[in-house]
Design a protein around this ligand. Structure first.
Ligand code: AMP
Ligand code: ZN
Length: 491
C-alpha cells in the first residue's frame, strides 16, 4: 500500500508517486505558528490538514519524524524585512516580557490543537532555542559567497544565487518578473538587490530580543530558522515540507535558496501547500479582522456565528474539502457538517449490533479499495467522505434487513470506519467522551441542585435562562417526576 501514495508537489506542479529517501523514517517539516497572537481558524485549517497527512502516513505504516516549529523570534511585520518585530511590539503593548508573550500563545496553541484532536509533532523546535544553528548557517552561506554584510546586517544575494539556481522556481516565476513586482524599499539602501533578504538583522539598542553574533548584536531573519531547524532534525535533504500557500512566494522560496546556498543540495523532495480558509471569499487573517478564534467558534460568541460548533464538527467540515482547495466558512456548511458527522457516528454504533447473514449484498473489497484510492490520490478526503457515506447507507440498509452482510463484511466495515474516521481523519466521538467525563457529571449535579433552588424560589426567568444557556452547549435538561436529568445531544 505504501508505494501507491501519490502527492501533489508544488515544486514540479504535478502529482508524483511518493518515494521516501528512507522508508524507515519519513521526514516531515511543517512551518508552525508565529506565537505573538492567538491562532485563528485559518491557521488551524493548515495544521489540521497536516495532522491528517501525518496520520495517513502513519496509517500506511511509515515511521515519520514530524517536525513543526514555533516561531518565537525574528518575524517582522512585513515579509521583506520591514516593520517592527511582532513579539517586541506585542510585549510593549501588553507590558510583558517577549518570552511571556511566547509562553502564553504557545500554551494557547497547544490547547487548541488538543481540542481539535491533532497529534503532537515528534519535535517542536523554537527559533530562540536554535540561535547558534542559525548563526552557523549564516556563516556558511557567507563563506560560500551567497551573502554579504552591511553594517551589522547580513543579506542574501538573490541575483548572485539566481545565476546558478532558479530562485523563483517554487512559484514558477523568473527573476525579472519578481523584481518588477517588488516595491523599492526605503531605508534599506545597504541592500544590493531589491529581492535580497536579511539572514541576520542588526538590533537597534531598544530592541528587546537580541543575541551576540560575529556581526554584532542582532536577531535572525524569519526564514533562516526553518532552514536551520529542518536540516538539523531531518537532514540536508528531506522528504516533505509543508505550510500554507501564502508562504510559497517568500518564506519557502527563501528557505530553498538558503539551504541550497549553505549545503549545495535541494532541501526538500516534496513541497506541499494547503489552501486558505476564507470568510465570504476573503482570506481569514489576523490583520483582516475576520479571523475568529477557535474558542469563539466553540461558544458561538462572535457576530458572524449563529451558534457554537464543536471541535469535531469543525474538523469534519474541514475534511469535506480537499486541502488544496479554498474552504469558505459558512454557518450553513458547519450545520450540515454537524448533521453529517452525527450520521457517521450513528452508523458506526449501528454497526456494532448488526447480525451477520450467510449471503453478502455488497462487494466489500471494492469499497475498501475506493477508500484507499481516495487517500492515495493526494490525500483526497472529500472523496473518502463520499465513500464513507456510501458505507453509511449500506449499514443503515443492513440494519433494516434490506442488504445482507456477512460476518466478514461487518468486520471489514468496522475496520474501515474506525481506521478512516478516527485514525486518519482524526475525529472522535465527543458525546461518548464527554458523557464518560466524571468531572462534568459532578459539575452538572451541582448545576441541577442550584436550578432546583432557583425553581423553589419561583424565579422561573432565571431557571429558564440556565436551561437555555446549557442548551447552547448542547446540554439538554429534562424534568422528570423524580428529578431533573441531563444529557448531551449532538445536533
Ligand atoms: P502564521 O502564524 O501567520 O505564521 O501562520 C501559521 C500557518 O497558518 C502558516 O502555514 C500559514 O500559511 C497558515 N495560514 C494563515 N492564514 C491562513 C488561512 N486563512 N487559511 C489557511 N491557512 C492559513
Ligand atoms: Zn517556516
Amino acid at each position: 500500500m505504501q508505494d501507491q501514495l501519490v502527492i501533489y508537489n508544488t515544486l514540479t506542479r504535478s502529482k508524483e508517486k511518493f518515494t521516501p529517501i528512507n522508508k524507515g523514517m519519513v521526514g516531515l517539516y511543517v512551518c508552525g505558528p508565529t506565537v505573538y497572537n492567538d491562532v485563528h481558524l485559518g491557521n488551524c485549517r493548515t495544521f489540521i490538514s497536516f495532522d491528517m497527512i501525518y496520520r495517513y502516513l502513519l496509517h500506511l505504516g511509515f515511521k515519520v519524524r514530524y517536525v513543526r516549529n514555533i516561531t518565537d523570534a525574528g518575524h517582522l511585520e512585513g515579509d521583506r524585512d520591514e516593520g517592527d518585530d511582532k513579539f517586541s511590539k506585542k510585549a510593549k503593548l501588553e507590558q510583558l516580557e517577549p518570552m511571556e508573550i511566547v509562553q502564553k500563545y504557545t500554551l494557547g496553541f497547544h490547547d487548541v490543537m488538543r481540542q481539535f484532536n491533532a497529534l503532537p509533532p515528534s519535535i517542536e523546535p523554537t527559533a530562540t532555542g536554535h540561535i547558534c544553528e542559525q548563526i552557523e548557517m549564516v556563516k556558511q552561506i557567507l563563506a560560500n559567497g551567497y551573502a554579504y554584510e552591511a553594517d551589522g546586517t547580513v543579506y542574501f544575494d538573490v541575483e548572485k544565487y539566481n545565476k546558478e539556481f532558479p530562485y523563483g522556481q517554487l512559484t514558477n516565476r523568473n527573476l525579472e518578473d519578481l523584481i518588477a513586482n517588488t516595491r523599492e524599499l526605503h531605508g534599506q539602501d545597504e541592500k544590493k538587490g531589491r529581492l535580497d533578504f536579511a539572514l541576520w538583522i542588526k538590533a537597534k539598542p531598544e530592541h528587546l530580543m537580541r543575541w551576540p553574533s560575529p556581526w554584532g548584536w542582532g536577531f535572525p531573519g524569519w526564514h533562516i530558522e526553518c532552514s536551520a531547524m529542518s536540516s538539523k532534525y531531518l537532514g540536508d535533504t528531506f522528504d516533505i515540507h509543508g505550510g500554507g500557500m501564502d508562504l510559497q512566494a517568500t518564506h519557502h522560496t527563501n528557505e530553498i535558496a538558503q539551504s541550497q546556498a549553505c549545503n549545495h543540495k535541494a532541501p526538500v523532495n516534496y513541497w506541499m501547500h494547503t489552501n486558505m480558509l476564507t470568510v465570504n471569499g476573503v482570506r481569514m487573517s489576523k490583520t483582516a479582522g475576520n479571523g475568529f478564534l477557535p474558542g469563539e467558534l466553540f461558544t458561538g460568541n462572535h457576530p458572524l456565528l449563529e451558534k457554537g460548533y464543536s471541535p469535531m464538527a469543525v474538523r469534519f467540515f474541514m475534511m469535506q474539502t480537499h486541502y488544496r482547495s479554498t474552504l469558505d466558512f459558512s454557518n450553513e456548511a458547519l450545520q450540515a457538517s454537524e448533521k453529517g458527522y452525527a450520521r457517521l457516528l450513528a452508523a458506526i454504533k449501528t454497526l456494532e449490533n448488526l447480525k451477520p447473514s450467510d449471503a453478502s449484498g455488497i462487494f466489500i473489497n471494492d469499497h475498501k479499495k475506493a477508500c484507499y484510492d481516495a487517500m492515495n490520490d493526494d490525500f483526497n478526503t472529500p472523496i473518502l467522505v463520499a465513500e464513507l457515506f456510501e458505507l453509511v447507507s449500506v449499514i443503515n440498509s443492513a440494519n433494516i434487513g434490506k442488504t445482507p452482510l456477512t460476518a466478514n463484511d461487518i468486520s471489514i466495515l468496522k475496520e474501515l470506519m474506525h481506521s478512516f474516521v478516527f485514525d486518519v481523519m482524526g475525529l472522535k466521538d465527543e458525546v461518548a467522551n464527554v458523557a464518560d467525563n466524571k468531572v462534568l457529571d459532578g459539575v452538572m449535579k451541582i448545576v441541577l441542585d442550584i436550578r432546583k433552588d432557583i425553581k423553589a424560589r419561583k424565579d422561573f426567568a432565571a431557571s429558564d435562562k440556565l436551561r437555555d444557556d446549557l442548551n447552547k452547549l448542547n446540554i439538554t435538561i429534562k424534568d422528570t417526576k423524580e428529578a431533573a436529568v441531563w444529557s448531551i445531544s449532538q445536533q
